[in-house]
Design a protein around this ligand. Structure first.
Ligand code: ZN
Length: 312
């Protein structure tokens, strides 16, 4: 585990209205807001992090909610086109009823690779699946008054990347990240790492004729893969440079250290470390309750708080 890619760290997507996004993910989906901060490149907009109690890597979905003036994105190639959460066996009836009662757009329960799943769209059109994994997911869920442990999401099950041609993306997964191709159905190729038990799956869907997606509201901005610490992050940086890719320097994201590179299928990949974690500026019981600003914006706090819309 120590010097490997340990599955997915987080997924970052783009949303419209911040309050609508907050209400959907905390109330309907029952996630914990583990960090409320700003976009470090644009401090007049929020950056929300949702996850389990402590924001364990592999459970973290983050959003830049840019407001309703953001145009809608379009799913297509060169994108992460699906986000999969794992849920307990027997919970899909609960979720189907919940989506129906709350006017969420959802599909009939279906099955792929022997696992049942329920697809739905968030209020901005982001496509998410709830999958019952073959092997029960032992991660401890965050519970709310409306979503208790027998139904609650456990964190990520998989992501799906859609590409015109998957070959070079597959090579990064297998040759650099340590994933193996384990199953294939028509044009969907399932890759898994055995470094971790959960958030370990990447599906590559090959769609040669399909047009490129547009990354805007309701689409995924990037996916981050997980490493144990920032020393291992830099070991992977060397491997990626040796493979001929351009990659950023190490970036301090306050809650983890990051590198970014564009994989040949067109998706922005990030590598992110477990250290230091979300407890660095709030206690675990207080996570997500305050507006946390990086040091460079603390002196502008009053102005930033005036601009950001209220969530309650
Ligand atoms: Zn990220």
């Amino acid at each position: 585990m120590e010097n490997r890619i340990n599955g997915i760290h987080h997924i970052t997507a783009i949303a419209g209205d911040p309050k609508r996004n907050y209400d959907f993910y905390t109330r309907i989906l029952g996630l914990r807001m583990v960090k409320k901060t700003v976009n470090f490149d644009d401090p007049n907009t929020y950056h929300f992090y949702y996850g389990d109690e402590t924001g364990t890597p592999g459970t973290i979905l983050t959003f830049f909610p840019w407001g309703d003036q953001i145009p809608a994105g379009r799913r297509g190639t060169r994108q992460v086109t699906e986000i999969g959460y794992s849920v307990p066996e027997g919970s899909l009836d609960f979720w189907t009823k919940r989506f129906h009662d709350n006017k969420v757009v959802y599909n009939k329960v279906s099955e792929k690779f022997g696992e049942q799943y329920l697809t739905f769209l968030d209020p901005d059109g982001l496509k998410i699946e709830l999958t019952v994994p073959k092997v029960a997911d032992a991660r401890k869920p965050w519970e709310t008054a409306e979503v208790s442990a027998e139904n609650a999401t456990r964190g990520f099950h998989h992501i799906t990347i859609t590409s015109n041609k998957i070959e070079e993306t597959a090579k990064i997964l297998t040759d650099i990240f340590g994933y193996k191709l384990v199953e294939q159905h028509v044009n969907r190729f399932r890759f898994i790492t055995d470094a971790v038990d959960t958030a370990a799956i990447v599906d590559l869907v090959e769609a040669p004729g399909e047009r490129a997606g547009h990354v805007a509201g309701g689409s995924v901005h990037h996916v981050a893969f997980r490493v144990a610490n920032d020393d291992i992050l830099m070991q992977f940086r060397r491997k990626i440079v040796e493979a001929g890719y351009q990659i950023t320097d190490k970036i301090d994201r306050n809650y983890f250290y990051s590198l970014y590179f564009r994989e040949p299928g067109g998706v922005l990949f990030e590598l992110a470390s477990d250290n230091p974690g979300f407890g660095v500026d709030e206690s675990i019981d207080q996570l997500g309750t305050g507006l946390m600003l990086p040091a460079q914006y603390e002196s502008s706090r009053a102005q930033i708080e005036r601009v950001l819309p209220a969530l309650v």
